[in-house]
Design a binder for this molecule. Structure first.
Ligand code: SAM
Ligand code: ZN
Length: 278
């Protein structure tokens, strides 16, 4: 079954040599690092799409420290226990591919799993592809694309993850099979509380909204928490990968650059929905 669809004419894409081609001969080359760009020029939002190189590098370095692995482990355990014999998994807005790679690596030890990671940022997909290539992970593809125009055929996946990113539930519903699962990860109430207290005079707690997503039924909500201790580099990597980087005064950023130790709460909300289709 073809998963990829041509972003121009919506026909299925087939791999011929190192190129994805549709029957109308629109073609998309697989890059040297083994990813494909399926985003048309008019499907972007701005000159810099998604996270930039600095944010991706910071995210990659930070996640490599394993400090967010409580989240990773919970996703892996929830995906593993789904009643599915073969998993066709899509990580939408996969960023630097830390979770994508680990999920593919761990779950493939016990189950058949094919994974596609997609992100609008070319820097993110390049980093993710490099990570996969170094670790020699099989059955994991990467694609540059916008979640508002997912370059996938209808009913392609039975599990879709969207973590710390915008959503487009109509597109998610379209590409998920009926009864497929949608994992949505959001920051919990006390996530990074102490980091925010260090940066701002007044701190607001997160309020993860309870969302009614049309076409999805909420099966489960899990709150995952930890307290982490960070050194200077980890503090600044974490800060650079969050939206706070763009909302913080110069003075507070400078103070943070000199902070050698921080202990902070982390908290994630994982919502698992089932996709229902008429
Ligand atoms: C905060 S990062 C989260 C990355 C990853 N899911 C994680 O949890 O580490 C958000 C990601 O969403 C991507 N993004 C933003 N808008 C997008 C869109 N419309 N389509 C696809 N990806 C998008 C960004 O490029 C960025 O990599
Ligand atoms: Zn085409």
């Amino acid at each position: 079954m073809n998963i990829y669809k041509c972003p121009v004419c919506n026909n299925p894409l087939n791999i011929i040599d190192k190129t994805y081609k549709c029957k109308l001969n629109h073609s998309y080359d697989i890059a040297k690092k083994r990813y494909v760009n399926l985003m048309l020029a008019n499907q972007g939002h701005s000159l810099q799409e998604g996270d930039n190189k600095m944010m991706i590098q910071a995210r990659s370095d930070f996640l490599n420290s394993k400090k967010y692995d409580v989240l990773l482990n919970s996703i892996i355990s929830n995906v593993s226990s789904l009643p599915l014999t073969k998993i066709i998994f899509c990580d939408v807005a996969c960023g630097d591919g830390y979770y994508t790679t680990k999920i593919q690596e761990e779950i493939s030890k016990n189950k058949e799993i094919k994974t596609i990671g997609i992100d609008i940022s070319k820097d993110a997909i390049q980093q993710a592809s490099t990570r996969r290539n170094i670790l020699k992970i099989n059955n994991l593809d990467y694609v540059i694309g916008n979640m508002d125009y997912l370059p996938f055929m209808n009913d392609s996946f039975n599990v879709l993850l969207n973590s710390f990113a915008p959503i487009n539930e109509k597109e998610f519903q379209r590409v998920l099979k009926s009864n497929g699962y949608y994992f949505r990860v959001l920051p919990g109430k006390y996530h990074l509380l102490e980091l925010k207290e260090f940066l701002y005079d007044e701190v607001r707690l997160n309020t993860p909204k309870v969302e009614e997503l049309e076409g999805f039924e909420l099966l489960k909500e899990e709150i995952v928490k930890d307290t982490i201790e960070l050194n200077n580099k980890e503090i600044n990597d974490l800060f650079t990968m969050t939206p706070y980087y763009y909302k913080t005064s110069y003075e507070a950023k400078e103070r943070l650059k000199n902070l050698s130790y921080l202990k902070t709460k982390i908290e994630f909300v994982i919502r698992i929905y089932k996709c229902s289709k008429k």
